[in-house]
Design a protein around this ligand. Structure first.
Ligand SMILES: [Zn+2]
Length: 707
């Protein structure tokens, strides 16, 4: 309630913008620009355009109907976005791909106690009092993308969050999950990881549920009284093994264009990123009777959720019958691509994207991102009408089938991999607005870029996005995902793991990337309740944060498209790599493994740091052959890719960042080395250290070629 009244009182003042921009240009501190004065005028014109009211209209239209990938309603949203792109003057096309997707035919869960008495039948419908959207007949029943089909009856084991350490704890307590149905709560890792580990340990099926401790009443009032998950709310979602590779399961590394012959596709039963066991997501209303009836040892420390009884690990007491019939088909999906050709460097693309498909209505995820992007495009369109043209080509993208496994973006990246070697940035937004706390993740070389440009965008709370961001990190409220940074002088940006469309750009083809959002209490993720009514009640009643995100997102593209020198900060990048090596070495020592020789990798990181200092000096006082400098700067990121890719997952080629095999969403730094140490595989760790050393040396050579 506090948030709403604040937003009403403190309308953001655009009057602030000219002063902020002239401060940036006067200080000559805009990294990448020789003279910022002309750009400051362009940005000022741009920032005046994105409209909260229009963004709200886009959101309302985009969320009017459920629009899951490959449905007619999804196609309608593609046409809406394409029309807005065309209205703004972008060269626009709707790009189809034919990809393997499942849709649910039958999903059933029933449970019986030790005496054989039925204790639940489900799934029960998502329903609360008074939600105007929940009864739409096109709402898809809760299911997991990429789930197998099957009919299983077995005893149940509770596995907490389904992390590696949770399964290890069960094993230590002699609780065997083989042939059992594992029930896991959502949270702590990507849901596909839970299923992946359960499958590896021989489980017959998985039930996923949302515990009220994690996003329900334990956090605050549940919808409709507040923003948190109600009793019947279910988190749908993909359980694809995206940490192996994302995209169409049948075509890793290849674009699933309409004319790609079937012979070029891997048959579904042989794909490498699909679970072989079934999984079903349920509400805590449906999970409670199962958990309550479980016998066996009591929940260890940290395993107790917020349901009103003591949790047990199970193995006896309850039998569950799961039925999942999934209709797997090659279905057509639609990306929308809008281009503005660059006048000076047309081959250097600045790509900015957001997905459009939603599990249901998707007001927050992803339509807040689409509504914001459309107002960014509106702003760029006004500049075009006034005669402005970008120096580099700008490409706006509306991705499809992100929810099923980053499919629309991955197929497009695979199709354009060659051209993307010259792309200078990919800017992502997905959950653009669930509340007031700005947050960003980025490749280390673009962290400073984000800090700088958020200093000229006004916040609905007063001041700038940057000043509010800094304040929220210094005293994070209980809902904030931001990490506390005691007495921080500058904001902290996280690293890119996975879970959204930056993954193919950054981790497959090495395009420097960022991901931005504005966060708050959000308990309706992937449920029917993530809709326009929830959004206007809880997240952003006047669409001021959509306007804010439209400004930040558009500014990312404009600043990158028009800069003289690419504003990549390799000094920070090299410093972070050095720190990752030190941390890996400490971990290896703590694990009491025979010492690995980190010396060559550390020396290579030091050489990169020295080259970065020299490049930074050239970037700060740009003169001479800027094309040569820019090429060197761009090739440095590509140099960090390895041709062989990561062990057992060759699609992931970045040697510095990958989604963790056992975390999924969150990034693992220097993944080849760290995951080998985690697996206590010294031979592999040594080999991966050598691969990393070579990558760092390639990056150093690339950077040095600027001179
Ligand atoms: Zn999303």
């Amino acid at each position: 309630m506090l948030r709403k009244s604040l937003a009403l009182l403190l309308f953001p003042t655009l009057a602030l913008v000219p002063a902020l921009l002239s401060a940036q240009s006067a200080s000559h501190a805009v990294f990448g620009y020789r003279d910022f004065a002309a750009q400051a005028k362009t940005e000022q014109k741009f920032l005046a355009v994105p409209s909260a009211e229009l963004a709200g209209q886009h959101l309302k239209i985009l969320t009017a109907e459920p629009h899951m990938a490959a449905t007619p309603e999804d196609r309608k949203t593609a046409e809406y976005v394409a029309q807005k792109f065309r209205d703004a003057g972008l060269q626009t096309e709707i790009v189809p791909y034919r990809v393997l997707l499942n849709q649910p035919k039958v999903v059933r869960v029933e449970a019986f106690d030790a005496a054989g008495k039925r204790i639940m039948t489900g799934p029960n419908r998502e329903h609360i009092d008074g939600d105007p959207f929940q009864d739409n007949p096109r709402v898809v029943m809760p299911f997991n993308g990429s789930s197998g089909s099957g009919d299983v009856t077995a005893e149940v084991v509770y596995a907490n969050y389904g992390r590696l350490e949770d399964f290890d704890q069960l094993a230590a307590q002699h609780i065997d999950v083989k042939g059992k149905i594992v029930i896991c709560r959502y949270g702590a890792n990507f849901r596909g990881v839970k299923v992946y580990i359960a499958e590896q340990r021989g489980a017959a099926g998985v039930l996923l549920y949302s515990d009220p401790q994690d996003d329900g009443y334990y956090k605050g009032d549940a919808y409709p009284d507040g923003p948190w998950r109600p009793e019947s709310g279910v988190q749908r979602g993909s359980v694809q093994y995206l940490f192996k590779y994302p995209g169409d399961p049948e075509t890793p590394g290849v674009a699933s264009t309409l004319d790609l012959p079937d012979s070029a596709r891997i048959p579904n039963e042989k794909t490498g990123n699909q679970p072989r066991i079934i999984s079903i997501p349920i509400s805590y209303h449906d999970a409670a009777p199962i958990l309550k009836a479980l016998k066996g040892p009591g929940a260890p420390l940290g395993w107790q959720g917020a349901l009103p009884f003591h949790y047990h690990l199970g193995q006896a007491g309850v039998k569950v019958h799961l039925v999942s019939q999934q209709d797997y088909q090659r279905r057509t999906i639609w990306d929308v691509i809008g281009k503005i050709d660059g006048t000076e460097h047309p081959a250097e693309w600045v790509v900015a994207g957001n997905h459009r498909d939603a599990w249901v209505f998707g007001a927050v995820d992803p339509s807040s991102g689409t509504a914001a992007m459309l107002e960014s495009v509106h702003g760029v369109g006004e500049l075009l009408k006034q005669g402005w043209r970008p120096k580099r080509t700008i490409v706006f993208c509306s991705w499809d089938a992100e929810e099923e496994g980053l499919i629309g973006s991955t197929e497009w990246v695979e199709q354009h991999a060659k051209a993307l070697e010259n792309a200078v940035a990919y800017f992502n937004t997905d959950v653009a607005v669930s509340g007031p706390d700005f947050s960003a993740e980025a490749v280390p070389s673009l962290k400073q870029f984000i800090r700088q440009l958020t200093q000229v965008v006004p916040s609905p709370l007063g001041g700038t996005v940057y000043s509010q961001w800094l304040a929220s990190q210094s005293s994070p409220n209980q809902h904030s995902a931001a990490k506390a940074a005691p007495a921080a002088q500058e904001v902290h940006l996280g690293d890119l793991g996975s879970g959204s469309d930056f993954t193919p750009f950054f981790q497959h083809v090495g395009v420097p990337s960022t991901d931005i959002g504005s966060e708050g209490p959000y308990g309706v993720y992937h449920s029917v309740f993530d809709n326009f009514a929830w959004y206007t009640q809880n997240a952003d009643p006047h669409f001021l944060y959509l306007q804010q995100m439209a400004r930040v997102f558009g500014l990312e593209a404009l600043r990158m498209a028009d800069c003289d020198v690419l504003p990549y900060d390799y000094v920070t990048y090299a410093r972070e790599i050095t720190a990752y090596l030190a941390a890996a070495q400490r971990k290896e020592t703590d694990a009491s493994l025979a010492p690995l020789d980190f010396g060559p990798a550390q020396a290579a990181a030091a050489r990169l740091a020295a080259a970065a200092e020299k490049a930074h000096a050239m970037q700060s006082a740009p003169s001479g052959d800027l094309a040569k400098l820019n090429l060197a700067l761009r090739q440095t990121e590509t140099a960090l890719l390895s041709t062989a890719g990561l062990p057992n997952r060759p699609w992931y080629r970045h040697t510095i960042f990958a989604p963790g095999e056992f975390t999924g969403y969150s990034a693992v730094a220097i993944p080849g080395v760290n995951e080998a140490i985690d697996a206590r595989n010294l031979k592999l760790a040594a080999q991966q250290l050598a691969v990393l050393t070579q990558a760092l040396d390639r990056a150093t050579s690339a950077l040095a070629s600027a001179q």
